[in-house]
Design a protein. Sequence first.
Length: 463
Amino acid sequence: MTAPLLHRLTGLLLISVTALVAVREWGRTDALDPLAYLLWVILVGALFLQVKPGRKGFVYVALALTAALIMKGGDWRGTITAAMHSGTFIAAFFTALATLRAAAEPSESIRAGGSFLSRQPPGKRYLALTLGGTAFALLLNYGSIALLGSLATAAAHEEPDEEIRNHRRRRMLLAIQRGFVVSLPWSPLSFSVAISTALIPGASWGGVLVPCFITAVIMTLLGWGLDTLFKPRLSHPLPPRGKPEGSWALMLPLLALLAILATSVVLLGAITGIRVVGLVLVIVPIMAFVWTWLQARDGGTPLGERLRDYTFRDMPGYRSEVLLLMMAGYIGTVGAPLLAPLVKASGFHPEDLPHWLVLAGLIWVIPLCGQFAMNPILAVTLIAPLLPTPAELGVSPAVLVSAICAGWALGGISSPFTATTLLIGSFGNVSARHVGLRWNGTYMVVCLVALPLWVLAYAYLLS
């Protein structure tokens, strides 16, 4: 099959799986699951033919683990069904979020807001880019790093002094990366919240929002404090700076979109009782469609052309990322029942550990796994079934989710294999490992101390 045909098939399959998963969430029925699983298997095959050998390895691992699970016996059918359930959800969630990114990227108002943030004076720039990066991440996901990173790099290149230019670029890129990462613990559009609340019984986005949002606030303040405390020392005085062009009113279109999204999720959630991730699967594509239609009406690219580009160009362009995420969820779900007997046979029993160590250990182990190329989805889906239940730990489900999401966020900022460090490294002309361990080294050490203390305080003093 030629590449154009594979691209078309990939786009159609992703949209079809998304529609079926949305029906599952909104109709609260699994009647269409067999069709969704069949299309998902075909999708995996189509993606397998398009990706590089390194990504193909994840499919081989998935097949090997599936064979081992079948040979082991027991309820292997139920486990494989759960794994495909996870895989279809991840495909649908990614596809839904990509619609908003496709609608936002051509928007001049969004680009103007990002440019305004990147041109803030040094005293305000870090906090502006971190908070702005969080807001952009809610709409663009990884696209926020690509957009703000390109704008920040362009702004830095306008600086004639090489010493100031290098410092400015590094500090701006770190603020953008950390702005994206602090959205992971609490945003209903993040995989960390979607996956962890699905894995921990009794957890929901509404139940974890407050502690996870405080995690994000702590990470933001720590980054701002370190940036302020360790300002680079220049070999010559900093020249006077003028005010950036424009005003904070440039951020209003972004804030309006976020307000519409938040209001829609809260109201529809209260009316329907559907979980937040299920609401996102429908609300986000509708918002993206309306936004795209308005752009087309105002003289932008015709709506039909934009829809065709999204289906047959944009979504196939994410083939490597989609396959990695789907296989991480599938491998973790299939691998957990195989790993559990090995863990018990080794004499290591997580339920016998001090409860505080289990919670703190999650925040440390997830970023550690990221140093060995283990995607957070894979790490969490493997580890979560081995954990004691919240009741056994004597804590609420929100505490366990808070620990997982905090570790997930730190993995996103430190692992040399995540999209965040790879993108920041490419803009900064350094390696992803340099970004994760050198640029973010001090920040990681401080967070690895502060976040466990916060989670433990919430678990045993506040919740």
